[in-house]
Design a protein around this ligand. Sequence first.
Ligand code: KG4
Ligand code: ZN
Length: 356
Amino acid sequence: MNYQEKVKLDYKKLKEKKIVRILAIESSCDETSVSIVENGRKILSNVVASQIDIHKRFGGVVPEVASRNHILAIKNVCNQAAEEAVLTLEEVDAIAVTYGAGLIGALLVGINFAKALAYSLSKPLIAINHIHGHIASNFLSYEDLKPPFTCLMVSGGHTAILDVQDYTKIKLVGTTADDAVGEAFDKVARVLGLGYPGGPKVDKIAKEGENNIVFKTKNSLKHSYNFSFSGIKTAVINYVHKQKQNDEELNIPNICASFQTLVVNELADKTLRATKEFGHKKLVCAGGVAANSFLKQKLTQVCAEEDIPLYMPELRLCTDNAAMIASIAYYYMKEGINLADLTLSAKSSIDLSTID
Ligand code: KG4
Ligand code: ZN
């Protein structure tokens, strides 16, 4: 029996196994991460090697630099993940890897490492959609959380409202017409000279400011579930340039607070409307921007008013990590989907509502 025939049978048999440990690899952007998770819920290890310090000096992620640093880090990160889980690589049941969306070169490092690992260990290889992984970060934070629910997905690359009917049955309800919300945070931070990554910096500085600047934007998407953040971002940038031209001092905390309030209110209003329309009893938030303290505060408040339970991942699981990839891989396995072969390649973008 060749590798592919063997893993096809093994993948089916895994559904019946009581304890399934999946080793996952995540390298879609600037974090090299390897994790081992048991039955989709219990983290045995989650090693994240961040490249933030390397990319900081460039003001953003440089794809080539990211790929090169993934290559340097991945073997040690993998060994460390096995060590922390107190397991040998032979003891894991399957290998999972993010195949998209993300930076092609960065993804390819993780994919090729995963392929070599899966082939040499003769284990099934599971191809994972990064965004589904973000949703699963909540399954790790809340052991009783199960679909259906509405999900607000807010990351550096995506902004979406998702109707999560089941673990692998996800419908796209609304998305962004232009910039992702994390991208808007990062660009505003850059124009204010706050550095990279901008989201956490805007969040922190906004705490000292007041929401007292009106950034005028046209909102033609008011009645839909779609978002547009480039208008807000441009309004902030224009305001900053105008102030500078007029030699007026910039009140950075107030700019951050006003920008953040505008964005968060827009996210909260539409998500709540969608949650009510779909009749879901729960709202789940996911992605790097879920770490935003004002978003958490606002969603907590509106969900309490409407009596809707709110789930937001632990801070360490909001941004990219392999534990969330290993978690969703378990549910892909239960459905018997996305068993990859050795021709697996990277995808820079994936339709949010499709599995493969
Ligand atoms: O999910 P993630 O780690 O990577 C992608 O898949 O894109 O998200 C990264 C994004 C960045 O844009 C970062 O600025 C933003 O999440 N972010 C935040 C906060 N922490 C991270 N944005 C606002 N407030 C935060 N506290
Ligand atoms: Zn991400």
